[in-house]
Ligand binder design. Structure first.
Ligand code: PEP
Ligand code: MN
Length: 299
C-alpha cells in the first residue's frame, strides 16, 4: 500500500529546476546562446560596462527628481529611475505616497530633456502603457508582475528595452518562462534583474529578502542577456547595499539598480532602503575601482 502511494507521487518531469527538455521545448529563446546587443535608446550599454540605474522609488515631486538627476550627472551616470505607477504590498497608501501617474511622467519628461538621461519606469497596467512609452527608455516589469503574462506580452510588443525583475518566490525556470513570453513576441531587448528572494531567515528584522548572488551565476550559464542586480530591494537596508553591490560585481553582474534619495528618512516608501547622496557618491567611487579589476567600466 505504502509502495503504491510513493509510486504515484513520482514525477518524471521535475518542475523546479531547469531540465534539458525545458531548454529544448519550453525556454528555447531565453536560453539560446548567441551574442546579443541590448540597446537603450539605440546605444549599447552592456559591453564591458556596468550601468548603474539609480533614483528614488517614486517620482514624488519635481524638486526630488531634479536633485537626483543632478547627483547622477555629478557621478557621470546615464540612467535615472523613478516610478509614476507602483504596486504596493498593502492597499493602504499614506497621503504622502500617492502614485504620481501622468504628473510623474511629465516630471520625468522634463528631467530627461534637461539632463539628457535615460529613463526607467515601471508599468503596472496595460491601460497606461502608451503614455508610459512616450517617456520611458526602459520599461520595468516589477517582481510582483513577473508572471502577469498579458502585461508581459503587451510590453514586449512596444519593442522598448525591458527590465524584467524576478519574483521573490520564483525559480529560475519560472523566471525564464516569463522572459520567454517577452521573447516570443520578437522583443530581444531584455535585461533580467535579480532583486532578492524569500528565505527562511534574512538576518535582520527589517530585511525582507536575500540577494541571490548564485542566480547571477546560474543565469549567466543559461542565457546571454544582461543580468543586473538590485541590492537595494533585496536587503531593504541601506547599510547592506554597498557590500552587496561589490559582491554583485564580483559575481559578474552586468548592471545594478541602486535606490537613492536626498533625504532617505523622508522617502515616501521604504525609507530604510535608499542611500543618501554622500553614501551614493562614495559607493560609485568604490565600484569604479572594483570594476577596473574586472576590466569593466561603471557607466
Ligand atoms: C522597485 O524597483 O522600485 C521595486 C519595488 O522593485 P520590486 O518589484 O523588485 O519589488
Ligand atoms: Mn523601490
Amino acid at each position: 500500500m505504502k509502495e503504491i502511494f510513493i509510486k504515484n507521487l513520482s514525477n518524471k518531469e521535475p518542475t523546479k529546476d531547469i531540465t534539458d527538455d525545458d531548454i529544448k521545448f519550453k525556454i528555447p529563446l531565453s536560453t539560446k546562446k548567441k551574442k546579443r546587443k541590448i540597446l537603450i535608446n539605440n546605444q549599447e550599454f552592456f559591453t564591458n560596462n556596468i550601468p548603474i540605474i539609480s533614483g528614488p522609488n517614486g517620482v514624488e515631486n519635481r524638486k526630488l527628481m531634479f536633485a537626483v538627476a543632478k547627483e547622477l550627472k555629478k557621478n557621470k551616470l546615464k540612467i535615472i529611475r523613478g516610478h509614476a505607477f507602483k504596486p504596493l504590498t498593502f492597499p493602504y497608501r499614506s497621503k504622502k505616497y500617492l502614485e504620481s501617474k501622468n504628473q510623474g511622467l511629465e516630471i520625468m519628461d522634463e528631467v530627461k530633456k534637461y539632463f539628457n538621461l535615460n529613463v526607467v519606469t515601471e508599468v503596472t497596467e496595460i491601460q497606461y502603457l502608451d503614455r508610459i512609452c512616450m517617456t520611458a527608455d526602459i520599461l520595468q516589469i516589477g517582481s510582483r508582475n513577473m508572471q502577469n503574462l498579458e502585461l508581459l506580452r503587451e510590453v514586449a510588443k512596444t519593442k522598448k528595452t525591458i527590465i524584467l525583475k524576478r519574483h521573490f518566490g520564483a525559480s529560475l525556470r519560472d523566471f525564464l518562462g516569463a522572459a520567454e513570453h517577452i521573447l516570443v513576441e520578437g522583443n530581444e531587448n531584455l535585461i533580467l534583474c535579480e532583486r532578492g528572494i524569500s528565505a527562511p531567515h534574512t538576518h535582520r528584522a527589517t530585511s525582507r529578502f536575500i540577494l541571490d548572488l548564485q542566480a547571477i551565476q546560474a543565469l549567466k550559464e543559461l542565457t546571454t542577456f544582461p543580468i543586473i542586480s538590485d541590492p537595494s530591494h533585496a536587503s531593504f537596508w541601506a547599510p547592506y547595499v554597498p557590500g552587496l553591490t561589490y559582491a554583485s560585481i564580483g559575481a559578474n553582474c552586468d548592471g545594478l539598480i541602486i535606490e537613492m534619495h536626498p533625504n532617505p528618512k523622508e522617502s515616501a516608501v521604504d525609507p530604510l532602503q535608499p542611500l543618501n547622496f554622500s553614501q551614493f557618491s562614495k559607493l560609485i567611487k568604490q565600484t569604479r575601482k572594483l570594476a577596473k579589476v574586472f576590466n569593466k567600466k561603471i557607466v
